[in-house]
Design a protein around this ligand. Structure first.
Ligand code: ADP
Ligand code: MG
Length: 404
């Protein structure tokens, strides 16, 4: 449904992406039934783009010259489409001005909606399915919303530099994420549980080298999310859509002045963390190296692994660390223990018992993974990144995520 012509001036302008294949394939239906009519009733202008495939949304946000005319980008999908949009924005020469200031609104209709889950968790808002849907809709219903900064990760592979906001996985948890894709249509978010059972029956472990730079002692618990910003940003800015408020037009940097992606990250967003080596350089002496046989390596920047399950409850939206977790084959006593662990993980109870002391969690600033055995996937924010090795570092570039 497209908006009808306006009789009175519209009160805001949204760029909306709907992925018709996300989750159980009902995004377009959710949009048409629950969102479009509200936008029309509230006189909010929008441009609707139904994505035609992987990469479509990325190429649009990368090339649109009029991106400054939108108040927000709304994504009706899961984390995968948000990842695409952020990386499209990161390919623009004006990326550092746009990304922190153009908020992303999320209508959670994917099988994984961990970014919104994490933001709502920090806001102490309920995450159950019903209120979860409503929260997303209220962004639009109430015509105003808060946008929260969420820090981005810098990812380096032998082929490219890019950004991420959520996780890097390899081994068991990466395999489950990718191999459960084919159950998407039938099970929606239940696909992860089905995938877990299948993977456990035929457990694979992988040799690899894991190197990391530990972050300092942890800071006091970030009870009040508003406090988190004071150090890095002014209080959360309000996205008031009562009048169209296009972002200020920023001159496009000429091609000749474009930075290489690696330099962009290094000079602006990594320097405050000391010397972070490039992937093709040896790790410095203050890094720890573990070469062993792994069940999994999973690194989280945010609290939630899916909309309901939190993996690292202490993770903040904006902080100077990411959480490296792993399990070594020699520490896991049995498949039963592992099955119990996955079940506890699903309910956010994996940190509560001694039974899972094979599960290691270390706050780090940067880590590097070099698989020795092939056969697993390197998964970034739920997407299969086909690469031979990977390095990730927390940065102080923030994206803005709307949450009531
Ligand atoms: P889910 O949570 O269900 O996995 P995502 O938002 O993560 O949903 O989307 C998964 C993938 O779908 C992303 O890699 C995205 O690029 C891709 N995609 C986007 N539009 C389409 C489309 N029309 N058909 C197939 N895949 C698409
Ligand atoms: Mg974080």
């Amino acid at each position: 449904i497209s908006p009808p012509p306006f009789e009175t001036p519209p009160v805001g302008n949204l760029l909306i992406f709907v992925n018709p294949k996300s989750g159980a394939g009902r995004s377009l239906e959710v949009f048409n039934k629950q969102i479009a009519s509200q936008l029309i009733a509230k006189n909010i202008n929008y441009e609707l783009i139904v994505t035609e495939g992987s990469g479509h949304a990325c190429s649009i946000v990368k090339t649109r010259k009029d991106i400054y005319l939108f108040n927000a980008i709304v994504i009706c999908s899961g984390d995968g489409l948000i990842f695409e949009v952020i990386n499209g924005l990161l390919e623009r020469p004006d990326r550092s001005e746009i990304i922190p200031r153009l908020p992303i609104g999320i209508v959670p209709s994917g099988s994984g909606n961990a970014l919104l889950g994490s933001v709502l968790h920090t806001r102490k808002l309920p995450l159950e399915d019903g209120p979860f849907q409503q929260t997303a809709c209220s962004i639009i219903q109430d015509l105003e919303a808060l946008a929260f900064p969420v820090n981005l990760l810098h990812i380096e592979t032998p082929e490219q530099h890019f950004g991420a906001f959520l996780s890097i996985g390899w081994g068991l948890l990466g395999d489950i994420d990718i191999e459960s894709e084919r159950f998407r249509r039938i099970f929606g978010s239940g696909r992860f549980a089905i995938g877990a059972v299948l993977r456990l029956l035929n457990l694979r472990t992988y040799r690899g080298r894991l190197s990391f730079l530990e972050s300092g002692p942890s800071e006091p618990a970030q009870a009040d999310p508003f406090r988190v910003y004071e150090t890095t940003m002014p209080p959360p800015f309000e996205v008031v859509m009562k009048e169209p408020e296009p972002l200020e037009r920023i001159p496009i940097i000429p091609d000749s002045k474009k930075e290489e992606m690696g330099d962009f990250w290094e000079t602006r967003y990594l320097s405050s963390y000391g010397q972070i080596p490039r992937l093709n350089e040896a790790v410095p002496e203050n890094w720890t190296i573990i070469e062993d046989e792994f069940v999994f390596v999973y690194v989280m920047s945010l609290s939630h692994i899916s909309n309901k399950g939190y993996y690292v409850p202490q993770a903040g939206l904006v902080d100077d660390r990411i959480y490296l977790t792993y399990a070594l084959k020699k520490d896991v006593t049995s498949k039963i223990t592992l099955a119990k662990f996955l079940d506890a993980l699903d309910h956010g109870r994996h940190n509560e018992t001694q039974a899972f002391d094979f599960f290691k969690i270390i706050p780090v600033k940067s880590f590097r993974l070099e698989p020795i055995d092939s056969g697993s996937y390197i998964v970034v924010d739920g997407e299969d990144i086909k690469c031979k090795s990977i390095q990730a570092t927390v940065t102080n570039l923030n994206m803005a995520v709307m949450a009531k």
